[in-house]
Structure formats: C-alpha cells, structure tokens
Design a protein. Structure first.
Length: 648
C-alpha cells in the first residue's frame, strides 16, 4: 500500500527536473518524456515443510535421548557426521574416513609390561599377563597374534588416527565449528554423569585438537580396528554449553530443548504437545547449493488412532514418518493407495521378527537328563530346525498379515545385503521337504495322521516314543497372536504340535534368571531382534550363553546367546573375525562364512524384517529410503515438492 505515494513523489520530482532542463539554454524544447515505472519483483512467500511423527521427543540432547522421534529431529539440526547409504558409511563433515591407505591412520610401537592395561586381540581391555593374546607391534591380522609368555620384551601397536574436518563448517549462530568442539563433546561423553556407552572412551589414551580442523585420537596399546567412525564424537558447541555442568545438560534448555547444530535447520520454537518449529540455517555448509529447500520445517505429532492418510490428504502433513504408521494402519494404507492423493514408500527396518529355538535350556547346564525332569532335546539336531523353516509358510504370513510389505529374509539378512554370497533365495515353504527332514532326524508319523504329533524313534538324545510337542511363547500383542496362529497351523501340517502361551511384554522380557526368554526357560519363542553387524557373533557364540556360573552375563556381551546355541565352526569364525585387525579382506571373508553357517544351521527362523512405511504428499521429491540407514531423514535437506521437483 505504500508503494503508490512513494511512486507519485518520484513522478513529481522527475517532471520538475525535466521541465527545468528543457528551459536551460542549449536544450531544445520538446514533449516531456513519459516515465517508466520500475519493475517490482515480488518477494517469494516463505515455504514450510510439515513432517508428522508418531510421538513427541522427550529431549533433543544428543547424549540424553535415544528415541527415534528425537533422532528424526536431530537429523535436521545435525548433518552427519556420517551417513549410511547402500550399506556403506560416508563422511559428511569430514574430508574423508581415515585409513592406513590415505595416511590418516598410523601404528606406533609402545613398550608394555605386566599389569599394564592393554587391549587384547579380541578387543577386550585386560591387565597384561602371561597367556594374554595380543597383536605385537607390526602385526595387524590374526595370523601373527601371539600369546605373551609373560617375560619377553613386548611392544604393541598403538593406533593414532587423525580426523580432518571440512573447511567452512559453522554453527547455526555463525560461529566456526572447530576441532575443539569435537574434543569438548568427547569430554562430555566421558563424564560419569553423561548416560552413554563408555566402551570407545575406555579404549582411548588421548583425544585432542591438533589445529582448528584436525582431531587426533590415540588408542590403548594393542587396539587394532577398522571401525574408526566409533572414535569421532558428535561435535557440540563449546561456546554455548561449555559453562554448563554435564549433569545439568540433561535438562538445560540449551541442550535438551534448543540444541545448536550445523545442519540444514535450527530450532526456532517448541510448543510441547503441538509442534517443533525449525528455521532454515543460513550458515549451512550446503547453502551455496540452495539447500535446504524450505524456509521452515515443522514436526507435528500424530496421536494414536489418527489416520495418516487423512493427515496427508487434508494438508496437515507433507510427510508422515513410519513411526506414525503402525501395523493397524498398514493394511488400510495398502488397500487405499492413490498416487493422485499421496505417495507410499516401503522399506525394511533393522527389526527382525523371528522364531527362536530354546536349543539348550538353562536346566541342561548341570546335566541333561532326558528321563528326568528336563525337557527333551527337541532342537539340538539342525535337521529339525531346518524342517521347521520348511514347514512354516512365512510368505503367507507376510502376504496376509503385512499386505506383502516385506520379504522372507535369508538368515539375518535382506537379499541385497553384500554379506550374502552365492544363492540369495530364502528357504521356501515346502512341507514335503520338512517332513523328509523330520523322518531323517528320527521323528516318525506312526499313526499316519499328521493332526497328531510325531514321535521319536531313533531321534538323537530323545527317549523313544516322546511326542514332538512343546510350548510356544510370545507377547500378547495383536499381530503376534495372529502370527502365532499361522505358525501353529503350518507346523501341524508336519506333525508338530505347539501349545501357545501369551505374556505381557514386561513379563515376557523379564531379566534372568527368572525371565522366560533371558532365563532360558522357553521351547519356542516369537520375538524381534535389532540386527546389527556387531551383534551377530554376540548372539550366537557359545561363550555368550547366559548361565548361573557367569551371573547370566556371558563372557563379554551380556549373555546375548539365550538360545543356548553351540557351533564350534561359528565360534572359530567369530574369533578370527574379531582378530582380523586391519585385514579388511579377512574380516569380510569371515563375516560371509558366519552368515553361511547361520543360514545353514538355522538357530532361529527369520520371519520378516518389520516394514517401515512412509506417506508423503503426491508431489514430494528428494526422499530416497534406504534400508541400510538408521534414519530415513538423513537426506532431509534435499526434500522438496511442487515446482522445485524435476519433471518426470
């Protein structure tokens, strides 16, 4: 409204000057020129992207929360430090991931003696003594590991790693992000009041800034590892948080409500129970690429029972995160897909739904007595476990109960996982093959009636005449009840009788020794595992079986092998993999060998990776889900919609 009078004054001034000039000697008289108004470029309206989550974070402090909702928001505030795409880790704020090849990893000799704290060849912190297996200086793979004699002079490798930050990194307030911020974060993580794992910290001798962009990490003597991303701590702004005690950072507004980052967006406002609003970070490293695409980003929270389809169609959500699409919504979304109204993206999570065998119950630990009170050794024979896999129609479970939104896994892995070699076909539903395996294992159908259980006739460690009948436990969740019913009906076709029992989750997952699962008191159980590369050996190595004698903690990893599974070939492969040191090829080969053992030996029956479904407005682009990534919002700066998207 103020443009008009200003423009009028401009015209008056212009006419006055023109008249004056026309009267000056030497200037010809003529018509007064008509002024051309200036071209006005309209200011673009601010753009806002609305993302809906299934729940609201309790905190946004990186060292004070572990919720998926918080992780989603933090992806907008921080960018990296690393991102996983196609099963590979990529640096975001570092110039490169350090390695021996690029010169950023150096091994230096260090003298050690009896009693010194070192890292043994298995990666454990120990006091050096005779018999401890270590990497002597210059040795970086399992072939040259030695058991120290306790007397000889000994030098071990000490790994020194340099991490180099990219130039131009700034906090959202414009302050330069430096190596000192990384060291500050390390010190916070090291503090006893900061509730994070101290494993990487315990393996550290020193952590310091060499200059504004270089961080140097020095490991404990003996440590040789390829997992160098574990020793770069998330930068935190020392100039903002440096005067706050670590214990107070758990609740301080600067850390838990309005954390400062270097990513695409920065926190502007958090209205509890309503939304978290973020604004574009003008100091973002990728600003010169015109990223991010939106001026504002809002996280909203869908209540239980809210229909995610309606939320997209009525415009209250541009993007609905998988946390807001539960199993009850899954079938509804599939049946009502309409690309004109919303897009649907489906990928696999790392949550593997599986059937676990109680191969060796805790009651066997003193002695197995098949003629006493001990449950028969139903699952000690791998052929029986394999038969169960053939007898369960897993594809039908996925098709009918998950609307076909997942795939039958191969062991613990998806078909596209690079760890898999050779045949990438999952065990099919084949009751004929299952029955053949059961017969070969000594379980016969004497009465020729598969509605009654088979009986043992020559089955290993099983009294003759024992019926193939046992308990099957899971939680009382609605979907698990439906899956259990399908499994029971499938197994019945092979002459296997299963008696189900359903428990509340807190009772089902009760700690050892009283808990059904962790106390090793189950026959067959359905549950979910978070599958990570590092957890594979921990879950199946015999030394990790929780028992009374090891206080139900196993040897190293807290007793994760509650199956009671024991396979010397897998134990050996895991041992070599742990001692692979810097030999990436040896590590890869052994990991593939471990995968093949698990696939063949079938200590668990994988049912499906729990699907993750995302809904977006029909014209949203820049979203590329990746099942190998822990978060689907790691590329949030690329999200766009409408005219900003490339034409198809």
């Amino acid at each position: 409204m103020r443009i008009k009078p200003i423009f009028s004054h401009v015209i008056i001034i212009f006419i006055s000057v023109s008249f004056f000039v026309s009267c000056v000697p030497g200037f010809p008289f003529g018509p007064t020129p008509t002024p051309v108004p200036p071209t006005l470029t309209p200011t673009p309206l601010p753009r806002t992207l609305k993302i809906c989550l299934g729940q609201e974070p309790e905190s946004l402090y990186a060292y004070g929360t572990s919720s998926l909702a918080a992780e989603s928001v933090l992806n907008a505030i921080y960018d990296g430090p690393f991102e996983t795409r196609n099963h590979l880790s990529n640096p975001v704020i570092l110039e490169k991931i350090p390695s021996v090849e690029n010169g950023d990893v150096v091994l230096q000799p260090v003298d050690v003696k009896v009693g010194d704290v070192v890292v043994d060849a298995d990666g454990n912190l120990v006091a050096l003594a005779a018999g401890v297996k270590v990497f002597p200086y210059g040795c970086t793979s399992s072939e040259c590991v030695i058991a120290w004699d306790g007397a000889s002079l000994l030098q071990l490798n000490q790994i020194v790693v340099t991490y180099k930050l990219k130039p131009g990194l700034k906090w959202s307030d414009g302050q330069t992000l430096t190596a000192a911020d990384v060291v500050f974060s390390y010190k916070l993580a090291s503090d006893p009041d900061t509730p994070v794992s101290k494993d990487s910290i315990d393996q550290t001798v020193s952590y310091k800034a060499l200059d504004d962009r270089s961080v140097q990490w020095v490991g404990k003597p003996g440590l040789v590892t390829l997992n160098l991303t574990h020793y770069f701590w998330l930068p935190l702004p020392q100039h903002v948080l440096g005067n706050i005690k670590p214990v107070d950072l758990l609740t301080a507004q600067e850390s838990s409500q309005k954390p400062m980052g270097w990513g695409a967006y920065m926190i502007q406002d958090w209205q509890k129970g309503k939304y978290i609003r973020l604004a574009k970070n003008q100091n973002y490293l990728k600003s010169n690429e015109k990223l991010p695409k939106f001026d504002f980003l809002e996280f909203h929270f869908l209540g239980k029972g809210e229909n995610p389809i309606n939320s997209v169609e009525n415009g209250s959500c541009d993007f609905v995160d998988s946390s807001a699409v539960d199993f009850e919504n899954l079938k509804n979304v599939i049946e009502n897909q309409n690309p004109q109204k919303f897009q649907t993206y489906i990928t696999s999570s790392r949550e593997l739904e599986l059937v676990a065998f109680g191969i060796k119950p805790a009651s066997y630990d003193d002695m197995y007595n098949p003629f006493g009170v001990d449950r028969p050794d139903f699952f000690g024979d791998a052929r029986v476990r394999q038969a169960f896999a053939y007898c369960i129609d897993r594809q039908a479970i996925i098709k009918d109960l998950l609307s076909g939104t997942s795939k039958v896994p191969i062991g613990l892995w998806l078909p596209d996982d690079p760890i898999l070699t050779g045949d990438r076909t999952a065990t099919p539903f084949d009751p004929i093959k299952g029955n053949e395996l059961l017969i070969a294992a000594g379980w016969l159908d004497y009465d020729k009636n598969l509605t009654t259980p088979r009986v043992a006739v020559g089955a290993k460690n099983i009294p003759t005449g024992m019926p193939l009948s046992f308990n099957f436990v899971t939680t009382d969740a609605g979907l698990r009840r439906q899956i259990a019913e399908r499994i029971i009906n499938s197994l019945a076709q092979c002459g296997i009788q299963v008696k189900p029992a359903f428990y509340p989750a807190d009772e089902f997952y009760k700690p050892a020794p009283d808990g059904t699962i962790f106390g090793r008191k189950f026959d067959l159980a359905e549950l979910a595992w978070q599958v990570e590369e590092e957890s594979t050996c921990a879950s199946f190595t015999s030394s990790e079986t929780p028992t009374f004698s090891n206080s139900w903690l196993g040897k190293q990893t807290g007793g994760a092998n509650y199956l009671g599974y024991n396979n010397p070939a897998l134990d050996e492969a895991c041992q070599v993999a742990r001692k692979a040191g810097l030999n990436a090829q040896q590590y890869s080969v052994k990991k593939q060998e471990i995968a093949q053992i698990i696939i063949q030996d079938m200590p668990v029956i994988p049912l499906f990776f729990q699907p993750k479904m995302f809904l977006t407005r029909p014209d949203l682009c820049g979203f590329e889900p990746d099942s190998s990534s822990s978060s689907m919002l790691q590329q949030i700066e690329n999200f766009d919609y409408g005219s900003g998207c490339p034409a198809e």
